[in-house]
Design a protein around this ligand. Sequence first.
Ligand code: PMP
Length: 357
Amino acid sequence: MSRFWSDHIHELVPYVPGEQPKQQLLKLNTNEHAYGPSPRVFAAIAAKNNDDLRLYPPYEASALLSAIAKKHNVATDQVFLGNGSDEVLAHVFNTLFLREGRPLLLPDITYSFYKTYCAFFKVPAEVIPLAEDFTIRVEDYTREREVAPAAIIFANPNAPTGIALALDDIAHIAQANPDSAVVVDEAYVDFGADSAVALIAQHPNIVVIHTLSKSYALAGLRVGYAVASAEIVAGLQRVKDSFNSYPLDTLAQAGAVAAIEDQAYFDEKRFAIMQSRDKLTKDLQQLGFEVLPSKTNFVFARHADHEAQQLHQGLRDRHILVRHFQQPRIEQFLRITVGTPEQCAKLIAALREILNA
Ligand code: PMP
């Protein structure tokens, strides 16, 4: 507390990310990529010279904008860059969600940062419960309201459930709310779901958020972006340019371009992770877990006879870190990042030991 702070800062609770352990633990708690980035990323960063660091970063970021635009088959003025998708989301809140008296709709169980940002930006949130089976109930977002929402936000696939919503459903939500931004956070989309970028031409209120932290294995480089109509991107630029006109640092720009251009590596590794996920799901089911159907690089699972808190601690005692949320409705679940086949086998062996103890 400080008498110098703005009023609303007193109510804020800082976001606490999943633990980053100092000791050697098997880290399956923050959904990082099991393998690591393409070797071309390291080569691109190593190739930088004295001037590349002495001078300010490329202001236009044209190589990266072009690589992203090409990947998604959109124009470069439909792409907005940020230092991780968390920063992109902050600019999205600032640019699109502060519309006098109009709420933001979001699911009760989704990426926790959205609620943190609501408090930060003083956005009135209307929190809508997921259905019993943890899916998003489309009709909750399409029914007529007295006041049109400023926006709707959800992750697709959702986190931490891992469940994906079909593109038809997203189109339906966008169509029913033509005066609201519909923000789809696709942090995990590359692990088996379809991207809503394909809907933007028909539905210019859709904003898709991507990150290179998950499927490109670049969480440490901090690269995220939004794809939207040029009109929405122009609004985001107004906010961004007021704080930091350089879109990303020089090394991040170079590394990100190299990662996106190495399509073969990207595909090989994400398919390997998807395969591991499906095996991990079966192995967990055999141990008596219910596993929600995941289209991500993590699984969300609960055991009928064992408390998640105890399983979480039992794994920790065996030097394995997974995520447990103390949140109503999901306190019996563990969120487990999909590791390599060897890491998954280690996890399953540890769980078997705990369950049989
Ligand atoms: N969205 C979702 C759904 C996430 O799970 C995460 C990572 N925790 C992010 C966005 C932020 O990712 P980053 O800032 O690393 O791009």
